[in-house]
Ligand binder design. Structure first.
Ligand SMILES: *[C@@H]1O[C@H](CO)[C@@H](O)[C@H](O)[C@H]1NC(C)=O
Ligand SMILES: *[C@@H]1O[C@H](CO)[C@@H](O)[C@H](O)[C@H]1NC(C)=O
Ligand SMILES: *[C@@H]1O[C@H](CO)[C@@H](O)[C@H](O)[C@H]1NC(C)=O
Length: 342
C-alpha cells in the first residue's frame, strides 16, 4: 500500500517545512528516522546471509496496543500536556491510518494562551531490550519552531540504565544528532572505525547539571526536519551489542534491499554515521532494559534554550500559542522492527 516509486513521491510531498531539536538539562537528543521501499527491479538482491531474525514488528492496526502512554509532566520541562491513551485517541493525536501508518501528533486545532501547554503524546514500548538491531522507518517527523521530537530508548533509574537517542533535534534543525547519556565511566573514544558523522561532546556521563551526553552529528542534509519530510523520510537503523552502538541513516530511495526484505545484514551497509565503541564504555553495565520511546515536546530544556539562536522569531511560549506551526508537528511511522541474532 505504501509502495510508491521515488518519482511519484515528489508529487505527493506536502510542503512541510519546520525542523526541531532539543537539549535537556536531563538529556540532550536529536533524532533520526528510517525506511523506504526502493524499486525492487533495480535493487533486488536476495540477501540470505542475514545473521538476524525478526523479533518484533511494530506496525499497522496493532501498533498502539504495544506501547504505554506517558501522561505525567514532561521531565524535560516542555510546554506540553502528555495525553493518556484514551484521550490521545479521542482527540485524534494518536491513530493508525488505513494504509498502516501510525500517526502521533501535537494538537494543531486548539487555542493555547501564551505560556500555556499544548496537548502532545509520548509513548514507550511495553517490551524492553538489552541489545539488538533496531530498524525504524518514518515517513514524516515533527518539526517547527518550539518543536522537539525524539525517537530514543531509555533504561531504569536514569542515567543508570542509560539512554540512546537515535533520532532527535529541535526547532528548525537540519541534521540529526545521535547521543548517549550514561552514568559515570563511559566516553566516546576516537578509534579506528570510520564514521560519516561529526564527533561532538565526548563525555557520555551526566554529572551535576551537565547532561550534554556524548554525540555525533549526522552529515546527510535529509536526516532531519523539513528536508527529511520532503524526501518522504527514511530509515534509522542502530545495532547495539557488546562491541558498542552503531547508527546508520538511509534516506528514502536509498534504503538497502536487505532492510526492505526483512533480512538485514549491517555488514553490507557501509560506513555508519556514528559508532560508540565499547572500548571506552562497557555496554552491559551502562545500557540495559531499554524501552523504546517516541515523543514530541515543545520548548523545554533544549528547544526552549536554543530557540532564538536557531533563528526562531519571538519567544518559544509565543510559538506554542501559534496553532499554525503544529500542522507539521506529526510523526508518521511506517514501522519499527527489532531483530536479534538468529
Ligand atoms: C530468498 O531466498 C530464500 C531461499 O531461496 C527464500 O526462502 C526467500 O523467500 C527469498 N527471499 C526473498 C526476499 O526473495
Ligand atoms: C545537501 O547536500 C547535497 C550534497 O552535498 C547538496 O548537493 C545539496 O545542495 C544539499 N542540500 C541542501 C538543502 O543543503
Ligand atoms: C504563526 O506561525 C506561522 C507559521 O510559521 C507564521 O507564518 C505566522 O506568522 C505566525 N503567526 C504569528 C502571529 O506569529
Amino acid at each position: 500500500m505504501q509502495y510508491i516509486l521515488p518519482a511519484a513521491l515528489l508529487l505527493l510531498l506536502p510542503l512541510e517545512g519546520l525542523a526541531h531539536a532539543h537539549l535537556d538539562v536531563d538529556r540532550i537528543h536529536w533524532s533520526r528516522h528510517s525506511g523506504s521501499r526502493s524499486t525492487p527491479t533495480l535493487r533486488a538482491r536476495n540477501n540470505t546471509d542475514s545473521p538476524y531474525k525478526l523479533e518484533d514488528m511494530y506496525q499497522g492496526a496493532s501498533f498502539l496496543n504495544d506501547w504505554d502512554f506517558f501522561s505525567f509532566d514532561d521531565p524535560t520541562h516542555g510546554l506540553v500536556n502528555y495525553q493518556t491513551k484514551a484521550d490521545a485517541i479521542k482527540k485524534k493525536l494518536a491513530y493508525v491510518q488505513g494504509d498502516g501508518t501510525t500517526v502521533l501528533a501535537v494538537d494543531d486545532f486548539s487555542t493555547v494562551a501564551v505560556g500555556g501547554k499544548r496537548d502532545s503524546v509520548r509513548i514507550s514500548s511495553k517490551k524492553t531490550y538489552n541489545g539488538g538491531l533496531f530498524i525504524a522507518d518514518f515517513w514524516k517527523m515533527p518539526h517547527g519552531c518550539s518543536v522537539w521530537p525524539a525517537y530514543w530508548s531509555v533504561g531504569p533509574n536514569w542515567p543508570a540504565g542509560g539512554e540512546i537517542d537515535v533520532f532527535e533535534g529541535v526547532n528548525e534543525g537540519t541534521a540529526n544528532q545521535y547521543t548517549l547519556h550514561t552514568s559515570d565511566g563511559c566516553t566516546l573514544s576516537q578509534n579506528n572505525v570510520r564514521v560519516k558523522g561529526v564527533v561532538g561532546n565526548a563525555n557520555c556521563a551526566s554529572s551535576g547539571n551537565d547532561n550534554t551526553g556524548c554525540a555525533f552529528r549526522e552529515t546527510d542534509n535529509r536526516s532531519y526536519g523539513k528536508a527529511f519530510n520532503m524526501n518522504s523520510g527514511g530509515v534509522y537503523a542502530h545495532l547495539w551489542n557488546s562491541k558498542g552502538i552503531k547508527f546508520w541513516f538511509f534516506p528514502r530511495g536509498e534504503i538497502p534491499a536487505d532492510i526492505s526484505s526483512k533480512q538485514p545484514n549491517p555488514d553490507s551497509w557501509g560506513t555508519p554515521s556514528a559508532f560508540f565503541s565499547s572500548n571506552t564504555c562497557d555496554m552491559p553495565s551502562h545500557f540495559y532494559e531499554h524501552s523504546l520511546v517516541i515523543d514530541t515536546t515543545l520548548c523545554g530544556d533544549w528547544a526552549g534554550s536554543t530557540f532564538s539562536g536557531d533563528g526562531c522569531p519571538g519567544t518559544c511560549a509565543q510559538a506554542v500559542a501559534n496553532t499554525t506551526i503544529f500542522q507539521w508537528a506529526k510523526w508518521k511511522i511506517n514501522y519499527i522492527a527489532t531483530y536479534q541474532l538468529a
